[in-house]
Design a protein around this ligand. Structure first.
Ligand code: APR
Ligand code: PHB
Length: 425
């Protein structure tokens, strides 16, 4: 037997994209159900990147979801670029008037899950066999199995926020117009560790070394996050703690008065690097957001921010469709996202290309060094980096709809359209 229920929006995936979308919709009075394949503990512990752009922080603050982030997040007014043994500061606050915030992605996920559950709104963890039917109609359904029972959610919009390995992107490609993929693999990966070691500097160091890239980052006053460029097919078992620390010692600019603490390594993993965009991001009543639609290499720290930017656009379009019956607004979704997606793709590719060792080509190395010297000595070049790093504003039409003046709706006044019967079932 299948248990059937109705919701305006079915959201597949409880990562940053799915959870922020659920909160944005809630703020404008639109109910949704979030379906997540993993258990709560798994998604809350999954270690990922940790840099929030200024517009992402503002959006979370507007939604009332930034209390812990503002208490525990580390505000950084710039980064350092290291090459030829020396560090060079890029001061974002001076250059473009904004800072970034270092706060682990899994901490955001914890905060968003806690707030949603506290409000009594549904997240169904440990779902299996998720299916999407009726995509080309106005009445799609999402099927799933939970606790051995089969369920069917009848909805108006399905949001595929199920990451790079989810099921939603392929369903778009199966449509009559198919899809187009743009991608690039890199011949290297990042070996990342979390170490119980107090950071010795309060900004990130991106180091371009002859032996490969290294990144010095952090999570809290007691936890350091570090990365090393390694070959794409590297095995984590081949890296002992000693090997990791001594390679970091070589690649970080320790001759420039910088020293760092070592300590027990709690987490280690290898992340492959890829640039990927799949278009369109919507077919019929299914729209995809975040890693489901695009991947960036982590060098520009854009992945989570891009996921948040997509769902800011999507929430506004869903509002137009569900509240005002403007179904044609779905046609705008891909194009409204793509401008930012490609800006972030370019920035991430550029940072990756400038900082990593690709091969032994001395000509390429000289070009990299020349670009690094330019970015660290020319104000316009540094401003370009800073502007991209802190993030382009989501823009008046892309900010949380709940915070826009004059449309008669607010966080406090949020009402449930579903309960008012505005969702045609
Ligand atoms: N059914 C339900 N849930 C699914 C399914 C499925 N078939 N497939 C995947 N999921 C879940 C995953 O378990 C995961 O929790 O979807 C979620 C997708 O979350 P993320 O991978 O975090 O993707 P997104 O929300 O787009 O966030 C992008 O994550 O990978 C990082 O660097 C990336 O920071 C960026 C961010
Ligand atoms: C991180 O702290 O995990 C981090 C920081 C900056 C990046 C990528 C990852 O560019």
């Amino acid at each position: 037997m299948t248990i059937t229920s109705d919701t305006p929006v079915a959201i597949i995936g409880a990562g940053p994209a799915g959870l922020v979308l659920a909160h944005l919709l809630k703020a404008i009075g639109i109910d949704s159900v979030v379906l997540e394949r993993r258990d709560r503990g798994y998604v809350e512990q999954r270690v990922r990147a940790g840099v929030l752009e200024h517009p992402s922080v503002e959006l979370l603050r507007d939604l009332g979801l930034a209390d812990r982030l503002e208490r525990e997040g580390l505000s950084h007014r710039g980064i350092e670029l290291a090459f030829e043994g020396r560090r060079h500061r890029i001061d974002f606050l001076d250059l473009v008037g904004h800072s970034i915030t270092v706060y682990g992605q899994q901490e955001i996920v914890k905060d968003l899950i806690a707030a949603r559950l506290a409000a009594g709104d549904p997240i169904v963890f440990e779902v299996d066999d998720v299916t999407i039917d009726g995509i080309d109609s106005d009445f799609p359904t999402v099927g799933y199995t939970h606790d051995g029972e089969r369920h069917e959610l009848r909805c108006r919009i399905v949001a595929g926020c199920d990451g790079f390995h989810g099921i939603s992107r392929d369903r778009i490609g199966e449509g009559p117009s198919g899809n187009t993929v743009f991608d690039r693999d890199y011949p290297f990966a990042w070996l990342g560790i979390l170490a119980e070691a107090a950071p010795t500097i309060d900004e990130l160091i991106y180091s371009s070394h002859e032996r490969g890239f290294a990144l010095y980052s952090m999570r809290s006053p007691t936890i350091t996050r570090l990365y090393l460029q390694v070959p794409a097919d590297e095995r984590i078992e081949d890296w002992s703690d000693d090997r990791i620390w001594s390679e970091l010692e070589i690649r970080l600019p320790t001759g420039d008065g910088f020293s760092f603490n070592t300590g027990p390594i709690h987490e280690r993993g290898i992340t492959t690097m890829r640039s990927f965009v799949s278009i369109p991001m919507r077919r019929g009543s299914l729209a995809i957001a975040g890693d489901a639609a695009h991947i960036v290499p982590p060098t520009g720290a854009k992945g989570m921010n891009l996921a948040i930017a997509d769902v800011a656009v999507l929430a506004e379009i869903i509002d137009d469709v569900i509240t005002d019956g403007k179904d044609e607004r779905l046609d705008d979704y891909t194009d409204e996202c793509l401008r930012r997606v490609w800006r972030c793709q370019h920035f991430s590719w550029w940072m990756t290309s400038m900082l990593h060792r690709f091969d032994d080509d001395p000509f390429r190395r000289q070009l990299q060094l020349s670009e690094l010297r330019l970015v660290t000595s020319s104000t316009p070049a540094a401003t370009n980096l800073a502007e991209n790093y802190v993030g382009v504003a989501l823009g008046p039409s892309l900010r949380s709809p709940a915070t826009q003046a004059g449309d008669g709706r607010s966080l406090a006044g949020a009402r449930s359209l579903a309960s008012e019967g505005k969702v045609d079932r």
